[in-house]
Design a binder for this molecule. Structure first.
Ligand code: ARG
Ligand code: ZN
Length: 868
């Protein structure tokens, strides 16, 4: 299959400055009529190539003369002979949205029509130069039967709408030139929630959220989140919205989270619909974050877009960073940061350790949809965060202003972005750029020597990145390190010397750029030999690396109690938990008391802060523990983790139980104090559920809960604690919520993750559930995705049955929706971390997949790479 390479980029031989589309909607015969203004770029006599997939061509004209017989049509597009330098091209083709189950291009979601064009979906609607560096002004006319399609939406502003002979017809014009991936249309009948927004400069913008009939009350939170995001981007980046209307449409059939189409976002309903009865605290958080993310794209993505798809992180890494900053401002900064760090450690480190490892700016791609990854998005955001740390808040903002000034209305590269940042600082960023080209997770090793005579503390730093797929040789990267050196009583040691390879940016921030280097701290009036000194290197997780540092239990205790940085305090406990799990794995579960007394001390110290306590009491997930080891037996590891949690619960039973409270009488609201309370209750029950006598509390909690957060806490705890209770509560839950697809997805997910011996029969039964549907990505992810990603003992079963089950399913799913199939194959291609026996079983299934006739590009790319 064809590999595309970043370095092969050439500018487009033709550009298209305006597009007029006339789309007559029909389930199987939608007629698309397109008039393009085309100009040759430079001097050449090549024919015009237009991308097109799955289209039925009717006719082609150049400036009024019919050339249908002269064009060459293939499976991937058509070649148009042309001699003029500027001409109008008129194309007519048909498509069939109702049979489009891949959900790319134009498709039907329930009764509505909608589109998804990023990355390369526009070519499934009509023939076009479907690449992000061709920017055109679009005018779109839609028509559909009045009955059933009162709303006809497209990008930009509506310029005309009428009814003729029972047909509804609407015309939209988007004045901002845009790449085809930002094109969108929607047609259907909805409930609409509307409001307005007055921009900083006083312009009035109409806001509208379109949802399924009957769901209006679940859309108000999203609408308000949009208003908060609009204000925030004005206040923090000076960026205003630019059209007269901003529309969001929520649909139940969507391959991913949401899409930032100009003026007309299309969302997975999971990230719009939320009310007090059906949404968890986490759902509210995600709705606000995704609404903001798509809104922020209007500047970082739409006004300034990507030259080619290899530059995807230009808009995604930057926009994720911006939405994280927003979420931190709207909710708990610490929880926001820690959940991001967990994504890095659980999923991004895993990707880096696999054959799909790629730099945030990939070099080679077969199927672009495979590169909407945690690396491009989340590691991409960490790279922006490092720039933010290095430049500081003010200069980062200056750099952003320069970026917008220079590139508004253009399609640019990651290098252009770093150039703009460079203009705002005297710190040399040339070495920093390696983050864009080098893949893999660097390991930072930290050593410490205390010289009792001189009173000096010497810290040695070294960095190393293991070879990854296609990149055997690694170089040192620029690591901004937020450092601290202090004694057990909190006396801070001053940095007195930094060796070559280190730039000191401030008292607590250095840039480490070489393979190894040294820092020296002075202990003047303190006496290190009697007062232990600790050093921490990665405050706020200031670089996306793993740290190797030999810390004794008592040193970790000092960090957990006294470090100036909350991430470090949390992480010290995480590493103690990790150590505890390792001891349990080695059969030493009787020897954990030293760890537990540290935990007790730390939680006593922080007993006033529910958010922090909840985080401190969260034992690392199996997924993140896997990334700390090699040659992993996942079943043993999962059992060791369970054993550790059980021992922790026994040892801290009194403390945990004392903190465990039933929900307070106040009714549910998504506000931070309540969120903290519920989060703490969740963390406590996740531990106490290992003790059988917690069952009564769990049942009670389920009964009294007036909200989805506590209800799910009860179900999760029951899943661990008592299978009878779990079955009974799940039954009740299904009775109550069977009519609500988003809530039912939670139910499917809970079933899929339960630690049951006949989980595969459960899955088979659930696949036959009337509400399960292979063509609905949310449902498939809830059942099969949850199993593959999170049911460690079922998926990694010793006989390989879990792997085979998922593989069998993916073979079928690939024929329906390759993009979703390629997502769910992820845990299977990440075999590198496991022991030989598991690796073998995983590879056996991957080989079966690879031999499957007609395998999609999506699966082919990931599976073939993983077996190479
Ligand atoms: N740009 C969208 C977002 O911000 C995601 C689109 C993903 N498209 C895809 N084909 N995977 O988040
Ligand atoms: Zn995005």
């Amino acid at each position: 299959m064809k590999v595309k390479r970043r370095l092969d980029y050439t500018p487009p031989p033709f550009t298209i400055s305006s597009v007029e589309l006339n789309i007559k909607l029909h389930p199987t015969h939608t007629r698309v009529e397109s008039t393009l203004t085309v100009s040759r770029q430079g001097v050449h006599n090549e024919p015009l190539w237009l991308d097109g997939e799955g289209l039925n061509l009717v006719s082609v004209k150049v400036d009024d003369s019919d050339i249908t017989a002269q064009v060459q049509v293939s499976e991937t597009g058509m070649s148009v002979p042309c001699t003029q330098d500027t001409f109008k091209l008129h194309i007519v083709n048909h498509i069939s949205p109702s049979t489009n189950k891949a959900l790319e291009g134009l498709y039907q979601a329930g009764n509505a029509y909608c589109t998804q064009c990023e990355a390369e979906g526009f070519r499934r609607i009509t023939y076009f130069t479907d690449r992000p560096d061709v920017l055109a002004v679009y005018t779109v006319t839609l028509s559909a039967p009045e009955e059933g399609y009162p709303f006809l939406l497209a990008n930009g502003n509506k310029v005309n709408e009428r009814t003729e002979n029972g047909e509804r017809i609407a015309t939209w014009h988007d004045p901002f030139p845009k790449p085809s991936y930002l094109f969108a249309i929607v047609a259907g009948d909805f409930d609409v929630v509307e409001d307005n927004y007055v921009t900083a400069s006083g312009r009035d913008v109409k806001l509208a959220v379109y949802v399924d009939k009957g769901y209006a009350s679940r859309a108000t939170f999203a609408l308000q989140a949009l208003q908060r995001a609009m204000r925030w981007d004005e206040e923090n980046y000076g960026r205003e919205y630019d059209l007269d209307v901003y529309m969001i449409v929520a649909v139940d059939f969507f391959n991913m989270g949401a899409m930032e189409n100009k003026g007309l976002n299309v969302f997975n309903s999971k990230y719009i619909l939320a009310d007090n009865a059906t949404a968890t605290d986490k759902d509210f958080f995600n709705v606000e974050a995704v609404v903001a993310h798509e809104y922020f794209h209007n500047w970082t993505g739409n006004r300034v877009t990507c030259r080619d798809w290899f530059q995807l992180s230009l808009k995604e890494g930057l926009t994720v960073f911006r939405d994280q900053q927003f979420s931190a401002d709207m909710s708990s900064p610490l929880s926001t940061r820690l959940s991001q760090i967990n994504i890095m450690r659980e999923h991004q480190f895993a990707e880096d350790a696999s054959a799909m490892s790629h730099p945030i700016r990939p070099d080679e791609v077969i199927e672009m949809n495979n590169f909407y990854t945690v690396t491009v998005y989340d590691k991409g955001a960490e790279v922006i965060r490092m720039l933010h740390a290095i430049l500081g808040k003010e200069r980062f903002r200056q750099g952003m202003d320069t970026y917008f000034e220079r590139h508004d209305g253009k399609a640019v590269t990651c290098d252009d972005f770093v150039d703009a940042m460079q203009s705002a600082t005297t710190t040399d960023l040339s070495h920093f750029r390696r983050w864009y080209s080098q893949s893999g997770t660097p390991v930072l090793s930290v050593g410490k020597v205390v010289n009792s005579e001189s009173g000096e503390v010497t810290i040695s730093l070294s960095q190393h990145t293991k070879p990854t797929a296609g990149q055997p040789d690694k170089h040192p990267l620029t690591l901004p390190l937020r450092i601290a050196c202090y004694t057990s009583t909190g006396k801070v040691l001053a940095l007195s010397k930094a060796s070559e390879g280190i730039k000191v940016l401030s008292d607590d921030l250095i840039m480490f750029e070489s393979e190894c280097a040294e820092l020296t701290f002075n202990s003047h009036d303190i006496n290190p030999p009697t007062e232990p000194v600790v050093f921490t290197a990665l405050g706020d997780f200031s670089a996306p690396v793993k740290v190797e540092q030999s810390f004794s239990v008592s040193e970790r205790s000092i960090v957990a109690m006294a470090d100036p940085d909350p991430f470090n305090r949390w992480d010290a406990l995480q590493s103690l938990y990790n150590e505890g799990v390792l001891r349990c794995q080695a059969g030493e579960s009787a020897n954990l008391n030293d760890l537990f007394s540290v935990v007790k001390e730390v939680i006593t110290l922080h007993s006033h802060d529910a958010h922090l306590l909840a985080e401190l009491l969260s034992v690392p997930s199996v997924e993140s523990l896997i990334q700390q080891q090699d040659d992993v037996d996942p079943i043993k590891l999962s059992q060791a983790r369970a054993e550790f949690c059980r021992c922790l619960a026994i040892s801290l039973n009194a403390e945990l139980t004392a903190m465990l409270q039933a929900p307070s009488a106040s009714t549910y609201a998504y506000e931070q104090e309540q969120v903290g309370e519920r989060k703490l209750r969740h963390a406590l029950l996740m531990l106490l559920s290992y003790l059988p006598d917690t069952n009564a509390f769990i049942e009670k909690l389920y009964q009294v809960s007036d909200n989805m957060t506590d209800t799910l806490t009860a179900l999760n705890a029951a899943q661990r604690c008592n299978s009878q209770t779990f079955i009974a509560l799940m039954h009740d839950f299904e009775q109550k919520w069977h009519g609500d697809s988003l809530v039912l997805d939670k139910w499917f997910g809970l079933h899929a993750t339960q630690p049951s011996r006949d989980i595969l029969s459960t899955l088979t039964l659930l696949k036959q559930h009337p509400k399960f549907a292979d063509d609905n990505p949310n449902r498939v992810r809830a059942l099969i995705g949850s199993f593959a990603f999170y049911n460690t003992e079922g998926f990694h079963a010793k006989d390989g049955s879990g792997y085979k089950y998922v593989t069998d399913y993916l073979m079928e799913l690939d024929k329906v929706n390759p993009q979703v199939a390629a997502r769910i194959v992820t845990p299977l291609i990440q075999w590198q971390k496991f022991d030989q026996a598991h690796q073998q079983l995983m590879k056996t299934q991957l080989s079966r997949l690879l031999n499957e006739p007609g395998l999609s590009k999506d699966l082919f790319e990931k599976v073939s790479k993983s077996l190479a």
